[in-house]
Design a protein around this ligand. Structure first.
Ligand SMILES: [Zn+2]
Length: 166
């Protein structure tokens, strides 16, 4: 077993969590028939912002809440095997993936001491609402998904409010 203590605080947190664990009997299907794709931004609490609790929804996260091949793959499983029939794509204000170009991100990483990342597409956008509409349409058009309703939303970091965009 590793001896470093990098994760010690988290294992302690887990020990406390497991002490009062009450959700061992949850179903694997999403109780609200919902999947939520949102950004990895740590200021977003996907369940609480929607008034949900553990077991209610499938949560997918990446930088910028972008619809990628992996998101589509996951939604196919969620649709047919995990009870999902509605999907929310939730972008947010103040997203660092939505106010700069790919080149800006590559440069920022290099300035931070990182490698040349130009072989990676970070899926940045300078028109967040347009990107959201395109991503939602991409899910709607995906032929492997059936009977799934998709909506695009913008979450406001300063108020906690959610606006429906499309
Ligand atoms: Zn973000």
């Amino acid at each position: 077993m590793p001896t470093d203590d990098v994760f010690a605080d988290l294992l302690a947190g887990n020990a406390a969590y497991a002490e009062s664990f009450t959700v061992a009997d949850l179903e694997a299907t999403a109780a609200k028939g919902l999947a939520v794709l949102t950004c990895m931004d740590s200021r977003i609490d996907p369940l609480r912002m929607l008034g949900l609790q553990v077991g209610d929804a499938k949560i997918l996260r990446n930088a910028g809440a972008r619809v990628t091949e992996d998101v589509l793959r996951t939604l196919v499983l969620a649709d047919y095997l995990l009870g999902v029939d509605r999907v929310m794509v939730v972008a947010h204000t103040g997203c660092r993936m939505a106010d700069r170009t790919e080149d800006d991100v590559h440069e920022s990483i290099r300035e931070a001491g990182g490698p040349d990342t130009r072989a990676i597409s970070f899926l940045t956008t300078t028109d967040q609402v347009d990107a959201l509409r395109t991503d939602v349409q991409r899910v709607r058009s995906w032929p492997y998904l059936a009977n799934v309703t998709v909506g695009g939303f913008l979450y406001h970091l300063d108020s906690g409010r959610l606006d429906r965009i499309c």
